[in-house]
Design a protein around this ligand. Structure first.
Ligand SMILES: *Cc1c(COP(=O)(O)O)cnc(C)c1O
Length: 386
């Protein structure tokens, strides 16, 4: 296309933002710039590219694209979602405090408690579905409010704008891990968030064939800092993986529509099944965060957690599945299903899991793009084995 895609709709931006045709050849796809360094025109004069840790055109295209989709100022791509979360935590220093959603991704909990607490950072794990709990946890040293909404795997929904207001009053920044929703359904910067994070491994890439993380900063100060961290700490995303994520994003809108359509149908099926004791999906009208989620997002996504009552039932069910794949991760074209207690959340201590409601019978599915009828038939036959 000609002109500025940033003035146009979401799907147009997904396809075009950050990726004008290659200036040398007109190539419509951004090439994979497999290079570690760039030749200077003359001493002190270069084309904006010096060394690949600092800049790579394939990575830049991805970064500009995700920033355009989230409505932020800049994007910063890292080697994994966890590398990007590590970069966020360099915004604070020893003695500082973070208020975090109690039910974040297991790897985030592990990073904060097992690595960062050693550097004298402290964390309060809070049920952020109630803003009063955030307010109560804030201290003079709180610098970050770290949210996931909906959370993983309990699907707890937090009021982003409400949390931002509390954080701002105390001079703290609000960070949202937006991996579950993708910018197609939810754009936290529109609700005042300062930093948005994605595990690009999930819906952004969407094809279960790359690992990556992206930060989007809303303000200049964090933009500059994250670029500095990329250059200085170096956990940047390589050009091949940048290419794959960029390729995945072009179909993000159509994939998310389909993921969600099947997600809703399967949540309704599970809610009506007598072997299922509980279904957690923000799209169900009886979900406690249903109305709030609907206000701040335009879709409910494809992540569904449900309880089968016991570890034995969950094992019987998971082992019997034929179409759905027993695997960690989410957001791919294939339906992935897991038992959080022994897989994604194994690093959360058992008593804390119990407190959060992550029972041994809990199963989490990320609904893929297979035929809805095949998925429901698969669930039906596996549930019948319990
Ligand atoms: C997967 C995931 C992460 C971590 O991302 P990686 O790319 O695996 O490092 C963080 N947050 C959420 C919500 C995730 O699902």
């Amino acid at each position: 296309m000609k002109g500025d895609p940033n003035k146009l709709g979401f799907s147009t931006r997904a396809v075009h933002a950050g990726q004008p045709p290659d200036p040398t050849t007109g190539s419509v796809a951004v090439p994979i710039y497999a290079t570690s360094t760039y030749v200077a025109d003359e001493l002190g004069k270069h084309k904006g590219f010096e060394y690949a840790r600092v800049q790579n055109p394939t990575r830049t295209a991805l970064e500009e694209n995700v920033a355009a989709l989230e409505g932020g100022r800049s994007g910063h791509a890292f080697a994994s979602g966890m590398a990007s979360i590590s970069a966020i935590l360099t915004l604070i220093k020893a003695g500082d405090h973070v208020v975090a959603s109690r039910n974040v991704y297991g790897g985030t909990y592990r990073l904060f408690t097992q690595i960062l607490e050693r550097y004298d950072l402290s964390f309060s794990w809070v049920d952020t579905t109630d803003l009063a709990n955030i307010e109560a946890a804030m201290t003079d040293r709180t610098r970050l409010v770290f949210l996931e909404t909906p959370t993983n795997p309990m699907m707890e929904v937090t009021d982003i704008a409400g949390a931002v207001e509390i954080a701002r009053d105390r001079g703290a920044l609000t960070v949202v891990d937006n991996t579950f929703m993708s910018p197609y359904f939810q754009r936290p910067i529109e609700h005042g968030a300062d930093v948005v994070m994605h595990s690009a491994t999930k819906f952004l890439n969407g094809h279960s064939d790359a690992l990556g993380g992206v930060l989007v900063a809303a303000h200049e100060k964090q933009s500059e800092w994250f670029a500095f961290v990329q250059k200085s700490a170096g956990a940047v995303l390589g050009p091949f993986d940048s290419f794959l994520v960029l390729r995945g994003i072009k179909t993000l809108p159509v994939r998310m529509e389909r993921h969600e359509r099947s997600g809703r149908a399967i949540a309704a099926f599970l809610a009506g099944h007598d072997k299922v004791t509980r279904v957690l999906y923000p799209g169900l009208p009886d979900h406690p965060g249903h109305a709030l989620h609907q206000r701040q997002s335009s879709g409910f996504g494809a992540l569904i957690s449900f309880d089968l009552g016991s570890h034995e039932s969950a094992k019987t069910f998971l082992d019997a599945l034929q179409v759905m794949s027993l695997a960690e991760s989410l957001g791919g074209v294939e339906t992935l299903i897991s038992q959080p207690a022994t897989m994604t959340h194994a690093s959360v201590p058992p008593e804390k899991r119990a407190e959060l409601g992550i029972t041994d019978g809990l199963v989490r599915a990320s609904i893929g793009l297979e035929d809805e009828a095949d998925l429901i038939e698969d669930l039906e036959q596996a549930l019948a084995r319990i």
